[in-house]
Ligand binder design. Structure first.
Ligand SMILES: [Zn+2]
Length: 444
């Protein structure tokens, strides 16, 4: 028998466990993820990988579980600079009296760029490889993602009132499209249209948003049904609930990423399912602002594609997707009275393949399938907090935390190694945070 010729590869990551997410509910023991040209070439038993491949680099992670990079389905990354600025307030007081005044005085490309760098540093250290962002000066956010080597979907924000980023619908869209154009050469950065919310955007602007999203075939990223007050105000002003109004304007379709979706009737859950819409579930922000608890068990039972998001660090106050999905799993059980709702593997899907699908990126990321981009996370499962380990999926959701993340790759490139950021140094991150703390302090 002729000996098999070994195939060259860029990187082999051999791990105690690999959770590929697809196929579902699977945990592989002593497997290897083979990476070539930034893509997953194979996921196979470790001894077979050693026989078949000659890697340029062979990393053995004896105590670790390797899984797809986590996807944060909703955030305002640069708001990391406002973390802890105002807490323990309801949504409208928090926004109108604390966040919007500071934003109005300080908003700039520099704030967004540096705030997003800070957020990216936090997210990468927590195993997040991709984030869906909505904020001003999207070019600054896109440059930050590019600098650290993260994948991102950047929102072209639209608001119904002037801000330092735009004075009219025309200007918001023109400037958003220019930012998209400026980032066109970066394959890791995509764009969405991001009308802020039904209570801040008028019908004419929504029609423009719907047309643009259809033309460019990109998602529509919007806060919707976050608070009961929002729903009641819509009924007063428009005669219908926000989702019915969006439906009237042609926005309730497979492009829609409905952020929060806390207050839903049974009919609205069915509508979201029937139209193939996606929900970005942000349980920490919903609890912290006392907005309510989204009907996650009902949404999942109806077949709605639901992923988790952290929302901004000003209302969470962590950009911690692993923590968020743990909260989502616990809350769904408690709120539904059913402990079987959102088991650990389902929770992992809510942080990987489901948000990837919402962003139109399911063919590219969200699971460890050959051909997909090598967006990967290694989590070290040793130490008294996570030993013994019977089931790494269970530990990821119920026992481990983001501090157990050791390595992160985006498109095969190491962006975190042994918990050290590869494209930013921690001194720079601290300087950014201190400088902006002083500026925020000077305008309050
Ligand atoms: Zn938000």
């Amino acid at each position: 028998v002729k000996p098999q010729t070994r195939v060259p590869a860029d990187l082999m990551i051999e791990a105690a466990w690999v959770i590929p997410v697809e196929p579902a509910d699977l945990t592989l023991e002593r497997h290897t993820v083979v990476v070539t040209d930034g893509r997953i070439a194979a996921v196979l038993p470790a001894d077979e990988a050693r026989r078949r491949y000659v890697p340029a680099e062979h990393l053995v992670l004896d105590r670790h579980v390797v899984l797809p990079g986590l996807v944060n389905l909703h955030t305002h990354a640069a708001m990391a600079l406002f973390r802890g600025l105002a807490d323990d307030l309801p949504l409208m007081t928090w926004l109108q009296e604390h966040i919007w005044p500071v934003e109005t005085r300080l908003m700039s490309d520099a704030l967004v760029h540096e705030g997003t760098l800070l957020a990216c540093a936090e997210m990468l250290r927590g195993g997040v490889t991709c984030f869906n962002d909505m904020y001003f000066f999207p070019e600054g956010a896109a440059r930050a993602a590019a600098r650290v080597g993260m994948r991102a979907a950047i929102g072209m924000i639209v608001l119904g009132f002037p801000t330092p980023w735009g004075r009219s619908t025309d200007e918001y869209l023109e400037r958003g499209l220019a930012a998209r154009e400026a980032a066109a050469s970066n394959p890791l950065v995509r764009f969405t249209v991001a009308p802020h919310a039904p209570y801040t955007v008028d019908d004419a602007a929504f029609l423009r948003v719907a047309a643009l999203a259809a033309e460019l075939e990109i998602p529509v990223h919007i806060h919707v049904h976050e608070t009961l007050a929002e729903v009641e105000e819509s009924v007063r002003a428009h005669g219908v609930r926000p989702l019915a109004r969006l439906d009237r304007l042609g926005l309730v379709d497979p492009r829609l990423i409905a952020v929060h979706a806390v207050h839903l009737t049974r009919e609205e859950v069915a509508l979201l399912a029937m139209r193939g819409c996606h929900v970005a579930h942000c349980p920490a922000a919903n609890l912290k602002l006392a907005s309510g608890i989204a009907p996650v068990a009902d949404l999942l039972a109806a077949g709605v594609n639901l992923g988790v998001g952290t929302d901004g660090a000003a209302s969470n106050n962590r950009l911690d997707v692993l923590g968020e999905v743990r909260l989502a799993a616990l809350l769904a059980k408690g709120a539904s009275g059913n402990a079987a709702v959102v088991p650990a593997h389902e929770a992992l899907r809510m942080a990987t393949i489901r948000p990837a699908r919402a962003l139109g990126l399911a063919a590219e990321v969200g699971s460890l399938v050959p051909g997909k981009a090598a967006d990967l996370v290694a989590v070290r499962l040793d130490g008294p907090e996570v030993e013994p380990c019977y089931d790494p999926a269970s530990h990821l959701i119920y026992a481990a935390g983001r501090e157990h993340v050791t390595h992160v790759w985006v498109a095969g490139r190491p962006v975190l190694s042994e918990r050290r950021l590869q494209a930013l140094d921690e001194g720079e991150v601290t300087r950014i945070a201190e400088q902006w703390k002083a500026r925020v302090g000077s305008v309050r």
